[in-house]
Design a protein around this ligand. Structure first.
Ligand code: FDA
Length: 310
């Protein structure tokens, strides 16, 4: 826990992230988790995954844009990603963060941009997914998600198992028949809003998986289990069997480059797998959150640097 908090703290320090960013792609260690810096490079890196039958969800790295103009630019970038997925006939969608679309500067603009992106995706027969960020944004994210999903019917949403409120949120969302990506939660949250112990988060993840799978049996949810934890994967498969939910009614989601062994295993078991693919030049804070999730990854980074130095 100490190591996690320390790395999360470092990830907010521009001097650290800048120094790491200057070395990361050159030394190769970031490539394990970040598919590329440009869209072309990223889609090329994802080709083999797609050819095998996995779908991808593209996310352009960067959070909290500083201006409305920047938010509009991010939105047109997402529309370009959808177009490129379509032109190249690749299975997949996009994952957006509302703070990248100007949520902090102008909620109305953010909502409009999200609607535009969802409408474009719908026109191409595709979907979009909305990431869940820190808990100060939960209410507004749910509000924008609900409005756009009502209109477009092609929007998925991430829900975090560490939040105390998530069960209530899910019950409310069921009427919208959404795709829900269940994740444990990646931000540093206080005990007033979030479970602090891993065992509590894991127990809630299982409870919410069951709730989603029961919804899948009624065709009110499309569960997307976003985790690299084999225990959560096993629980999902057991619930699918118990509730007689067929494999086309839910999916597993994992981050690009993480637990590739588990990803391979669930895919070979005949499950749908969607890989969340982050790309862009602003990859450092994201990369550091991945390190914080598993401080052992720091050794992987250090080994890459040492190997390069030889
Ligand atoms: P957990 O952290 O318990 O780890 C289980 C096992 O997975 C570990 O023992 C290890 O083997 C492996 N593992 C986990 N992280 C690893 C890493 N970084 N490197 C190597 N191995 C690792 N969060 C959020 O707040 N909002 C969001 O919108 C999203 N979106 C999202 C999409 C997708 C597709 C995924 C998979 C995850 C997210 N997350 C997220 C992140 C999520 O909240 C969580 O922080 C991570 O997935 C880590 O939790 P796990 O469930 O993987 O298990």
């Amino acid at each position: 826990m100490l190591a996690r908090n320390f790395i999360l703290w470092l990830s907010t320090k521009p001097r650290v992230t800048k120094a790491l960013a200057q070395r990361g792609m050159n030394h190769g260690f970031a490539r394990r988790f970040v598919a590329g810096e440009t869209l072309d490079e990223t889609l090329a890196a994802c080709g083999p995954l797609c050819a095998q039958g996995r779908s991808i969800s593209l996310n352009h790295l960067g959070e909290n844009v500083a201006s409305e103009a920047a938010a509009r630019k991010v939105a047109s970038g997402y529309i370009q990603m959808l177009n490129q997925l379509h032109v190249r006939n690749l299975p997949g969608n996009i994952s957006i963060k509302l703070t990248q679309l100007g949520l902090v500067q102008n909620k109305t603009l953010c909502s409009e941009l999200t609607r535009e992106i969802a409408a474009r995706a719908r026109g191409l027969g595709r979907t979009i997914e909305i990431d869940m960020e820190g808990s100060v944004y939960t209410d507004v994210t749910l509000e924008i998600f609900a409005a756009v999903q009502r209109e477009s019917q092609n929007v998925g949403l991430a829900i975090q198992a560490y939040l105390l409120r998530s069960e209530t949120d899910l019950k409310r969302l069921e009427a919208l028949k959404p795709k829900i990506r269940l994740v444990k939660g990646a931000y540093h949250e206080p005990k007033e809003v979030a479970y602090q112990q891993k065992s509590e988060v894991d127990a809630n993840f299982k409870r919410l998986t069951t709730l989603l799978m029961e919804g899948a049996a009624r065709e009110t949810f499309f569960p997307a289990i976003g985790s690299h934890d084999p225990v959560m994967a096993a629980h999902t498969q057991a619930e699918a069997q118990r509730l007689k939910v067929s494999k086309d009614k839910y999916e597993f989601q994992m981050l690009y480059g993480i637990r590739r062994d588990l990803q391979e295993r669930v895919f070979k078991d005949g499950n749908r797998v969607q890989v969340y693919v982050s790309f862009g030049t602003d990859w450092c804070p994201w990369f550091m959150r991945r390190l914080a999730e598993r401080p052992a990854n720091c050794w992987f980074v250090l080994r890459s640097l040492v190997a390069e130095g030889k």
